[in-house]
Design a protein around this ligand. Structure first.
Ligand SMILES: C[S@@+](CC[C@H](N)C(=O)[O-])C[C@H]1O[C@@H](n2cnc3c(N)ncnc32)[C@H](O)[C@@H]1O
Length: 296
């Protein structure tokens, strides 16, 4: 067990653990907001596409081989992808079921993925939460790094938003930072000054490699993005959870906005970064693997 057990009136917590072992120790309905940004490659076969050559008897294949024989190129991608996919989802599904259990009746889940996974995740979350609980797909658009020349360069992530109860969920976008109007000349000065409510497409830079927000954790997400999520979908004092916490962006933002938080990660370097980033704002706990738990 942890040295510090989570309690509704306890302190913020950072837990070094496999989330599959830690989440079942938390009570039903404890969190108003869960934000998770899972790794993509856990248990995953990295190769995404394989090609297989098959003899084409009528000579009309799309490649030509030895002695003028003709071949079709058969993409084995789907088969290969299916194997990898079921590995990945057998990793993620039980954790998303726990997320559903841990959300309060007015709670919201934000699942941060990319264009490769999001469509499968939508189907899975529809099954876990129910389609009527799907609130949004947020597109986080950024503009950084190399641009592919053979297709539209992919410069966005997808964040699926599900609520536990469509009749009761908390959402207050008045709390969210506003954006400049695209055509400021077409609106009144008062509106221009106030800015417009963000839509489901968020333009936001990545964490600047030279900025002061940078922790050095490779997959760190920008605070600005997570701030919108926390501001709209929780109130001061509410409990927020990130069980793929990495550098602790959720904890950092939740703390600044007066929310309480639990961050979980199994990776020791992530815990070290959170120790610095969340210093004095959280207690740190360790969930030891079973074989390391002292007998007494
Ligand atoms: C994409 S990163 C999250 C980055 C984070 N959003 C941030 O802003 O820094 C995913 C994290 O999940 C952690 N992780 C992967 N499998 C885990 C597991 N079974 N239990 C707990 N953490 C896990 C990894 O160590 C990694 O830090």
């Amino acid at each position: 067990m942890t040295d510090t057990v989570w309690a509704p009136d306890g302190s913020n917590l950072v837990v070094h653990a496999d989330n599959a072992a830690f989440l079942p120790t938390l009570p039903d309905g404890a969190f108003t907001l869960i934000y998770v940004d899972p790794p993509f490659n856990t248990g995953r076969v990295q190769r995404r596409q394989e090609t297989r050559m098959v003899r084409n008897s009528d000579g009309e294949g799309d490649r030509f081989g030895f002695k003028g024989r003709s071949y079709d190129t058969i993409k084995g991608a789907l088969h290969s992808y299916d194997d990898a996919f079921s590995d990945y989802w057998s990793f993620l599904e039980p954790r998303l079921l726990e997320a559903w259990r841990l959300l309060s009746d007015d709670g919201t889940l934000y699942l941060h993925l990319d264009y490769r996974e999001v469509h499968y995740a939508k189907v899975m979350l529809d099954a876990i939460f129910g389609r009527e609980c799907f609130l949004n797909e947020i597109i986080w658009a950024y503009d950084y790094g190399a641009r592919a020349r053979n297709r539209w360069p992919t410069k966005h992530d997808n964040i699926l938003v599900y609520v536990k109860n469509p009749a009761k969920y908390h959402f207050d976008n008045d709390e969210v930072d506003r954006e400049p109007y695209m055509a400021p000349g077409l609106v009144t000065e008062a509106k221009r000054k106030k800015g417009k409510l963000p839509t489901d497409v968020w333009w936001h830079t990545i964490v600047s490699p030279t900025g002061k927000e940078k922790t050095g954790y490779p997959t760190q997400k920008p605070e600005g993005l997570v701030r919108r999520i926390v501001s709209a979908s929780s109130r001061p004092g509410d409990w927020c959870l990130d069980f793929f916490a990495g550098s602790g962006t959720l904890g950092a933002v939740a703390g600044k906005l007066g929310r309480r938080f639990v961050c979980v990660d199994q990776n020791a370097p992530a815990i070290e970064i959170m120790r610095t980033r969340l210093d004095g704002k959280a207690e740190f706990a360790e969930l030891l693997p079973v074989e390391q738990v002292p007998a007494d």
